[in-house]
Design a protein around this ligand. Structure first.
Ligand code: PG9
Length: 616
C-alpha cells in the first residue's frame, strides 16, 4: 500500500495525458512597469482587428499613439521581452512612453491576428473598392473604440508610422475621427508608380517580388524565395523578363503580382490610389508632420508630394509640417549619427524625436502642454551637415542649368553642339551596387543611396560629366530637373541620371572619403513615358527626343574643393528591371529576343537644372 501511495499520490490532479499547450497563456512579467492588453476591435462591417495596447502602469489622462501595421502588431509591441516599457516598445517610441503615453499597435485587416481580407495598400472606398471599409474607416472605428475603452486615456489620439505604416496614417486623415489630434506619417508610401515602392517613373523595382512573396504569401508572413543563386544580379538576369522570374517561384499566382503586371503604366489604377492627390481634395483638419529620410531607398517621393499637396490648405500655417533628416528609409526611428560612410553631427534621429517630434505630439495630445513652436520645415542640410529651420519648401530662388559638355565637362556656360554616345547592352546592365548583389542584405540595401558611385563612373556604358573643383560653395534646395536631349538606335530606353557630390582627392579627417562620389539626387525614367505617363509610346529610332523629369528633392551644399558630377546610364540592375530597348506593349512580358543592344546619344545641350540658392 505504501508503494501504491508513492506511485499515485493522492494530491496528483493533473492527468498524465492532459495536453500541455493551453489555448491561451501569457507568461507573467514580474515587476513590469506597464500593462499589455490584447483586444479584438470590431469594425463597422463586423470584422475584428487584433490590437495590442501597452499602458504605462499608473497612467491617468494619458494620450494614445496608434500605429496600424501589416507587420505584426504583437511583434511591434515586443522589441524585447522585458519588464521595462522602454525596452518593450520600439526605439522610436522611447521618448513617447517616457512621457507616459499609451502605445497601441493594430494588425491591419487580414494580416496576422486580424480578421478579414488583406488587400495590398487597400484602396479607398470608391472606383477601386466597392466594399464598406477601407483604412480610413478602419482607423475611424479603431480610434472611436480606443477612446471609449481605455480608461487610462485622456481621449486624445495621435497616429504615427513609417512606410506602409505611414500610408495607414495618411489614410486616417482622409476622414479623420474627431479624437485624432495629430499625425506623424514617416516615409509614407504615397504613389506606388511615380516614385515610391513599386515603380519609379515606370521602371519596376525588382526587390518587390520578394516583398510580395513574404507579405501576401501567407496571412502571418510568407516564405523567402529560394533563389539558389548567391548573386541576385546573376539570378535575375538569367530569368529574362520579370514575369519569367516571378513565374519561377510561383509568384504569378499571387493577385498582387497580377495587378502589378496588368498596370505597367500610370493608369487610373495608380492615379486613384495616389494619396497626395486624394488628400489634396480633402480639408486639412489634423496637424500633420510628414517625415522622410534624405536618402530614403524605398519611399523617397511620397512625403514631399503630401507636404506639397497639403500646403495650399494650410492658410493659417499651423497644420502642415515637413521634416527631412539624413536618414535611410525609416532611419528616423533608429540611431542617426551615421549612414554608410557618412558621419553626422550627432544622433540626428534622436535629436529630431526628442527635440521636435515629442514637443509637437505633446502640444496636441497632452493636457495643458505648451505650444511647441515647430518650424514649418525642418531639414538637415547635407554637405554642410546642420539642421535648418525653414519657412517652407522648396526654397530655391532659381533653376540654373548645368550642362553636359564635351570632354566629360559639366558647366554653367552656354550649351554646346555635339553629343556623347554609349552602347547599352541589356545582357550587361549597370549594377546599382557592386556585385555580388545580395538584395536581402540589409547592410547593403539600407545605405545603398550613399554608396560610392565611383564603382560605375568609368564603365563604358556610363557617361560622366564633372566640374572643376568649386571655388565657392554651391547651394541647392529643391528638385533638380533633368532636361535630356537624347537619341537611341532602339525604340525604348531607360534614362538614369545621378547628381553627385565628388569629394576632394584627400579628406584628411576621414581618408576613405577622398574622391568619394556621393549621390545627392538620383533617379530613373522609362523613355516610353516621355510624352505621357499614362499612354506609353515607342521612341522613334535615331531621332533626338526630350526627356524631362524631376530628381528627388535635395537640400545640399557642394563645398569649395568639391566637384559636381552628373552620370547618365540606361540600366540600374537588379533594383530596376531591364528595358529591352525594343518597344513592346508590356515590358513585364518582354521576350528574350526583345532585349537588344542600343547606341544612345546624349546631346551637349542636355542639362540638369539645379534649384540654386544664391548665397553672398
Ligand atoms: N517600403 C515598404 C512598403 C510600403 C508599402 C508597400 C510596400 C512596401 C515598407 O517599408 O513598409
Amino acid at each position: 500500500a505504501a508503494l501504491l501511495a508513492f506511485s499515485f499520490p493522492a494530491f496528483a490532479q493533473t492527468p498524465a495525458m492532459a495536453p500541455d499547450i493551453p489555448a491561451k497563456f501569457d507568461i507573467a512579467i514580474p515587476n513590469a512597469d506597464y500593462i499589455k492588453r490584447d483586444v479584438m476591435i470590431p469594425m463597422r462591417d463586423g470584422v475584428k482587428l487584433h490590437t495590442v495596447i501597452v499602458v504605462p502602469k499608473g497612467a491617468q489622462h494619458a494620450p494614445i499613439v496608434l500605429t496600424r501595421t501589416p507587420y505584426n502588431a504583437s511583434g511591434r509591441a515586443n522589441r524585447n521581452a522585458s519588464p521595462s516599457i522602454l525596452a518593450t516598445v520600439g526605439q522610436g517610441d522611447e521618448t513617447m512612453v517616457s512621457e507616459g503615453y499609451i502605445r497601441v499597435f493594430q494588425d491591419v485587416r487580414g494580416k496576422y491576428g486580424s480578421e478579414g481580407d488583406y488587400v495590398m495598400t487597400r484602396p479607398l472606398i470608391g472606383p477601386l473598392n466597392a466594399s464598406r471599409t477601407d483604412h480610413s474607416t478602419d482607423a475611424w472605428d479603431t480610434i472611436d473604440w480606443l477612446v471609449k475603452n481605455i480608461p487610462e486615456s485622456n481621449g486624445k489620439v495621435g497616429m504615427i508610422g513609417s512606410s506602409y505604416e505611414g500610408f495607414t496614417v495618411l489614410m486616417a486623415l482622409v476622414d479623420p475621427h474627431p479624437a485624432l489630434k495629430v499625425a506623424v506619417p514617416m516615409s509614407p508610401m504615397v504613389d506606388g508608380w511615380r516614385g515610391d515602392d513599386w515603380f519609379h517613373n515606370g521602371a519596376f523595382r525588382m526587390p518587390n517580388l520578394a516583398y510580395i512573396a513574404r507579405q501576401t504569401g501567407a496571412k502571418s508572413g510568407g516564405k523567402d524565395m529560394a533563389t539558389g543563386v548567391y548573386d541576385d544580379y546573376e539570378g535575375m538576369l538569367r530569368a529574362g523578363s520579370v514575369s519569367n522570374y516571378a513565374a519561377r517561384f510561383g509568384l504569378d499566382q499571387l493577385n498582387f503580382t497580377k495587378k502589378l503586371f496588368e498596370h505597367p503604366a500610370y493608369d487610373s489604377y495608380w492615379q486613384h490610389q495616389a494619396l497626395d492627390k486624394i488628400l489634396a481634395r480633402r480639408a486639412l483638419k489634423v496637424p500633420t508632420m510628414t517625415v522622410v529620410g534624405y536618402w530614403d531607398q524605398e519611399d523617397i517621393y511620397g512625403a514631399y508630394a503630401v507636404y506639397e499637396a497639403l500646403e495650399p490648405k494650410d492658410s493659417a500655417n499651423d497644420k502642415n509640417y515637413l521634416v527631412v533628416g539624413p536618414w535611410r528609409h525609416s532611419g528616423v526611428n533608429y540611431e542617426g549619427s551615421s549612414l554608410g560612410a557618412l558621419k553626422f553631427t550627432g544622433d540626428t534621429a534622436l535629436e529630431f524625436r526628442r527635440d521636435f517630434m515629442q514637443p509637437f505630439l505633446d502640444q496636441y495630445l497632452k493636457d495643458g502642454a505648451p505650444v511647441a513652436n515647430t518650424p514649418p520645415v525642418l531639414f538637415y542640410q547635407t554637405g554642410i551637415n546642420r539642421w535648418q529651420k525653414l519657412p517652407q519648401w522648396p526654397v530655391a530662388q532659381a533653376a540654373k542649368p548645368i550642362y553636359l559638355q564635351a570632354g566629360s565637362k559639366l558647366g554653367f556656360d552656354a550649351p554646346q553642339e555635339g553629343y556623347d554616345e554609349y552602347v547599352s547592352d541589356p545582357a550587361k546592365p549597370v549594377p546599382f551596387v557592386p556585385r555580388p548583389v545580395r538584395m536581402g542584405d540589409g547592410n547593403v540595401w539600407r545605405p545603398w543611396l550613399v554608396s560610392d558611385q565611383r564603382s560605375f563612373s568609368d564603365r563604358p556604358d556610363v557617361l560622366t560629366y564633372v566640374t572643376e573643383p568649386l571655388k565657392t560653395k554651391v547651394q541647392i534646395a529643391g528638385q533638380p530637373m533633368v532636361n535630356l536631349f537624347a537619341a537611341t538606335t532602339g525604340t525604348d530606353a531607360d534614362w538614369v541620371v545621378k547628381l553627385i557630390d565628388v569629394y576632394p582627392d584627400e579628406v584628411p579627417s576621414q581618408p576613405e572619403l577622398g574622391g568619394y562620389q556621393l549621390g545627392i539626387a538620383m533617379d530613373i525614367f522609362r523613355g516610353r513615358y516621355r510624352n505621357s505617363l499614362e499612354m506609353p509610346s515607342a521612341i522613334p529610332a535615331n531621332l533626338v527626343e526630350r526627356y524631362r523629369f524631376a530628381l528627388p528633392n535635395a537640400n545640399h551644399v557642394f563645398m569649395p574643393g568639391h566637384r559636381i558630377m552628373v552620370q547618365v546610364q540606361s540600366s540600374w540592375f537588379p533594383l530596376y528591371d531591364r528595358n529591352p530597348q525594343t518597344y513592346v506593349p508590356n515590358i513585364f512580358y518582354a521576350k528574350p529576343s526583345d532585349y537588344q543592344k542600343a547606341t544612345l546619344k546624349v546631346y551637349h545641350n542636355s542639362a540638369v537644372e539645379l534649384p540654386i540658392v544664391e548665397t553672398k
